[in-house]
Design a protein. Structure first.
Lengths: 145, 145
């Protein structure tokens, strides 16, 4: 595992989660990988895989309260997006706004400034599922509309 | 990085890609992580992150013909889902069909028998984007409907 680049943002760590929807960041890919970005801008959305370098605790709690909210049921960490997991790989679907060389501007990347990027992948029709089931607490609190 | 489990399927490697849509596999999570699966079955779809252990070539081609088809334009590897990439992490959105303890039955996991699993994450509304742009060749060949 090796970083292919880093996240650049001026948003402070503590605000990243709550400002995610409007947050615009820059992904700066190492020059050596410039050719590996060829035509990436033909996609409107990307998966970004990143290393949650500030979340790698030595002790993993297997069950957590989602969002740290004790009113929500204790839930297996694999059923949450919590950062404190056996392999602290973060995953975000982001909007690709612009690419200039090795600099990619994206919206909705919930990663801190300086986060190492592990991979970029195109998001395509096969990643879109429109009728999905989520837990009741998730639907109550987070459902769009 | 450590495997949290393995993929179990009887489908031969060579058929995985073309049979993906109907393919049913088992994800066998190590017993030590059983609690980390609590309530995962409340979600209908999951992200599966896996290590493409048969694809870790020493030489990474930065540009590839998607699907190995020379009629398709040379494309940056980060704009493809090709397995031969700097960090060979595979990503699939799968349907969760059933969980029994540490055994999870899923559909649409395009991973070979014996593939190490790195992470499971819930797929939720924030991962669904309905109006997406893909390259022309992708839309021509792969678009559903």
């Amino acid at each position: 595992m090796r970083p292919i680049g880093y996240v650049k943002t001026e948003i402070p760590d503590k605000d990243v989660s709550k400002r995610r929807a409007e947050m615009v960041s820059e992904i700066v890919i190492a020059d050596q990988w410039q050719d590996a970005l060829t035509d990436i801008e033909a996609y409107s959305h990307l998966f970004v895989l990143f290393w949650m370098h500030k979340k790698s605790d030595n002790v993993i709690e297997q069950r957590v309260h989602p969002r740290g909210d004790k009113n929500l049921p204790l839930t297996g960490v694999f059923a949450t997006r919590s950062g404190n997991r056996p392999n602290p790989i973060g995953l975000a679907v982001v909007e690709l706004l612009q690419r200039k060389g090795t600099h990619i501007t994206v919206r909705r990347l919930d990663a801190y400034d300086g986060t190492p990027i592990l991979d970029l992948k195109p998001y395509d029709d096969y990643d879109v599922f429109q009728s999905i089931r989520v837990p009741e607490w998730w639907a109550m609190r987070c459902r769009k509309k």
